[in-house]
Design a protein around this ligand. Structure first.
Ligand SMILES: Nc1ncnc2c1ncn2[C@@H]1O[C@H](COP(=O)(O)OP(=O)(O)OP(=O)(O)O)[C@@H](O)[C@H]1O
Length: 350
């Protein structure tokens, strides 16, 4: 068999002396990530270990996965950080889906290892295929640039970081390499189950799109990179201008009536005249303001708020209806427009 080159790792965040725990589920992607990191560890000076979470779902299959990962770590003389969790109970208690609960428990363990200083970073094996599936999923459900940013190559934590050095690597490349190495991996039986949206995207929608553009995975991953950079730019702009714009709890000025100051209410005012003209910024300001009151606005709610910021007098006003004076946007969020201010308030009684 011709030699298959090792997948190319993103080395940006791999520095000498880094104590890096590789998150290994036993699947092809994470087994390959471990093998690829083992190849470069001596040259870079990485101190590798393995982290595995037994989620308490998928019965014996998960027991075998855990044993497989333990044996892989032992074969390469690596320390193993393992944790058994009860995903179904956590899902019920926190009203999460099984997938959400498993993810939260998994990342909870990673963050514990980082916070305790046991390791400096945790590497997960997300691939370019995962990135494409995530972006497509966000597009289907409706996503802002932050959602379209998909899986980030690096997540800074309070202490340490979570790294994704395989984000530029195709899953097909990984499997070919493991076969060439004669390295077995564990197949997750739920990966083929088309009950899960993500699996339908992987097995049905993406192959259909690839008939229109064979580079669709790379294109969607490029959307994530572009969206991430755009979002970072606008977030820096927001950090600069928000402190002058959002006026928490201030009374309405400029002739507007005073808003209710019921003790259960949290409120914020925005001076309309000082709002930048660009909708890209206006939307972000409005969404950030709502988020500060604990409400995550969807597109339709954001557009309703945006319309409330239109000029109430002057030439432009003749073309359209005057902006609404008061609207309830859901989740207890109320928007009130006075001549100079837009006030958002949230009743805790909702
Ligand atoms: N049980 C596990 N133990 C350790 N690491 C795991 C486990 N499951 C997944 N991982 C790590 O997470 C990566 C992504 O896994 P997977 O695609 O199943 O996650 P996901 O459901 O997409 O959630 P998320 O993207 O938030 O991690 C894997 O490549 C692996 O590095």
């Amino acid at each position: 068999m011709p030699a298959v080159p090792a997948p190319i790792l993103d080395r940006r965040n791999l520095r000498p002396g880094l104590r890096l725990a590789v998150a290994v589920s036993g699947g092809a992607d994470s087994v390959a990530l471990l093998r690829a990191l083992l190849l470069v560890a001596p040259e870079i000076g990485l101190v590798l270990s393995v982290v595995h979470v037994h989620h308490g779902i998928r019965g014996e299959e998960a027991d075998t996965d855990a044993a497989f990962v333990a044996s892989l770590a032992a074969t390469h003389g690596l320390a193993l950080h393992s944790r058994d969790v009860d995903t179904p109970t956590a899902a019920t208690e926190n009203r999460e889906t099984i997938e959400e609960a498993a993810r939260n428990l998994r990342y909870g363990f990673f963050r514990e290892l980082l916070a305790a200083g046991t390791v400096d970073a945790v590497a997960t094996a997300h691939t370019l295929d995962d990135q494409a599936e995530t972006v497509l999923h966000k597009l289907l459900r409706g996503g802002w640039t932050e959602g379209l940013s998909g899986i980030h190559p690096q997540l800074a934590e309070a202490r340490g970081a979570i790294l994704r050095p395989f984000l530029n690597v195709r899953r097909s490349e990984i499997e070919a390499w493991l076969r060439a190495l004669d390295q077995p991996w564990r197949e997750d039986s739920t990966n083929a189950d088309t009950v899960y949206t993500r699996n339908r995207l992987r097995h049905e929608l993406l192959p259909a799109l690839a008939a229109y553009n064979p580079q669709i995975h790379t294109q969607l991953a490029a959307v994530a990179t572009i969206a991430r950079d755009e979002e970072a730019y606008w977030q820096a702009e927001l950090a600069r201008i928000l402190p002058q714009l959002l006026l928490p709890g201030k009374p309405v000025r400029g002739g507007g009536r005073s808003a209710s100051t019921h003790p259960d209410e949290a409120s914020l005012a925005i001076e309309i005249e000082r709002l930048p003209a660009a909708p890209a910024l206006r939307r972000r300001i409005l969404r950030t303001a709502a988020r500060q009151l604990g409400v995550s606005l969807n597109y339709e709610q954001t557009e309703r708020l945006l319309a409330m910021c239109a000029p109430s007098t002057g030439l432009n006003a003749a073309a359209a209806k005057p902006p609404a004076k008061r609207q309830e946007l859901g989740s207890g969020l109320i928007a009130e427009r006075s001549p100079r201010e837009l006030r958002l308030s949230r009743s805790a009684r909702e």
